[in-house]
Design a protein around this ligand. Structure first.
Ligand SMILES: NC(=O)c1ccc[n+]([C@@H]2O[C@H](COP(=O)([O-])OP(=O)(O)OC[C@H]3O[C@@H](n4cnc5c(N)ncnc54)[C@H](O)[C@@H]3O)[C@@H](O)[C@H]2O)c1
Length: 314
């Protein structure tokens, strides 16, 4: 299998590349805005993977790089839902237009199979446990709105141009090489102000956290066990972890385990944040795949690994 991983030098992308190299040649396409060469250095130096540094918003570059691949994994996007508040065009460009470029390049290049990284933010502001067919509540962030648009574009390209689309809606993904998210934010803040941790919201926000190797394992399991023109799967544990718990684990892993937590207040971290998210993993479970770590275990393991990355080994 000749794989192209767009965003392959990023957090989830680099873990996916760790698994894909045993299946055949892998090309990574990344503008290195967030991705790091060190995440994939081992595969580049062994010759198992090659890195093309390029920009998704440049359609000609995307057309060139997709040629000759069997599967395109599209994992590049603005990674932070909050950043859309500062720049309301960001998710339109880095999410929706970038994904249209991928689809159009695949159509022009005759590449059929796309695996896309969507998000549980698709399900909007609801504390209900959401399965793949539940779209009663529309997204409330520009990031979620863009994922919604991307999924619709993929569905249309599947129907109109004969592509195969596999869409995954991830919970919050955590683990080593994390590039963003609550745990990394907290650890970085604790490095700057070791005595006090400011937490956005009231700490009661609670979401399902999936360990990154589980996320990648679920993606590959779905790829190996589906044949439909368009499939949509959630990838998340059935349980969830509160922001308060993540803050406590980060403090315990920091050089000052006596640090205080100061809550900024309010039920949401920021406008567009979904305070309570529950995602139903049973559709992928019916294909024989389950996460190996609960949400709390995923967070705990990730915090330990990220603490070493932020503070160094102790
Ligand atoms: N991490 C999570 O909790 C989470 C949850 C749900 C969905 N997702 C989705 O999974 C995907 C991967 O997320 P991640 O956490 O690995 O993020 P990441 O930022 O670590 O990885 C994205 C990679 O894409 C690259 N990139 C970004 N814009 C680009 C562009 N215009 N052209 C070329 N390369 C570009 C970045 O340099 C980076 O290496 C994203 O689509 C994200 O929306 C992530």
């Amino acid at each position: 299998m000749k794989s192209l991983v767009i965003g392959g030098a990023g957090f989830i992308g680099s873990h996916l590349v760790d698994r894909l190299v045993s299946r055949g040649p892998v090309t990574l396409f990344d503008n290195m805005s967030v991705g790091k060469r060190e995440f994939v250095a081992e595969h580049l130096s062994s010759g198992a993977a090659r890195l093309v540094v390029g920009e998704l918003l440049d359609l000609d570059q995307v057309c060139e790089v997709v040629k000759g691949h069997d599967v395109v994994f599209h994992l590049a996007a603005n990674p932070e839902a909050r950043w859309g508040l500062e720049n309301p065009r960001l998710d339109l460009e880095q999410g929706t237009i970038a994904t249209w470029n991928v689809l159009e390049a695949m159509r022009r290049g005759g590449v059929k199979s796309l695996v896309f990284s969507s998000s549980g933010t698709m399900y909007g502001d609801t504390a209900e446990v959401c399965a793949e067919g539940d779209l009663g509540a529309l997204p409330i962030s520009l990031y979620g709105a863009s994922k919604f648009a991307c999924e619709a574009l993929i569905s249309a390209y599947v129907e109109c141009f004969g592509l195969r689309g596999l869409i995954y809606r991830f919970g919050n993904v955590v683990g080593p090489r994390g590039t963003h998210g609550a745990a990394l934010d907290f650890l970085k803040k604790l490095k700057q102000t070791p005595d006090e941790l400011e937490v956005l919201g009231d700490g009661a926000q609670a979401k399902p956290y999936v360990f990154v190797t589980d996320c990648v394992g679920g993606m590959l399991h779905g790829l190996d066990h589906t044949t439909g023109p368009l499939d949509v799967f959630n990838i998340a544990p059935p349980d969830f972890t509160s922001v308060r718990r993540i803050a406590e684990l980060c403090i315990a892993a920091s050089p000052n385990p006596q640090a205080r937590i100061r809550y900024a207040g309010g039920t949401r971290g920021w406008p567009g944040d979904v305070p309570q998210s529950r995602i139903d993993p049973s559709k992928l479970a019916a294909l024989g795949w389950r996460v190996s770590k609960t949400s709390d275990e995923a967070v705990q393991t990730a915090v330990s690994a990220l603490a070493v990355e932020v503070f160094g080994a102790r």
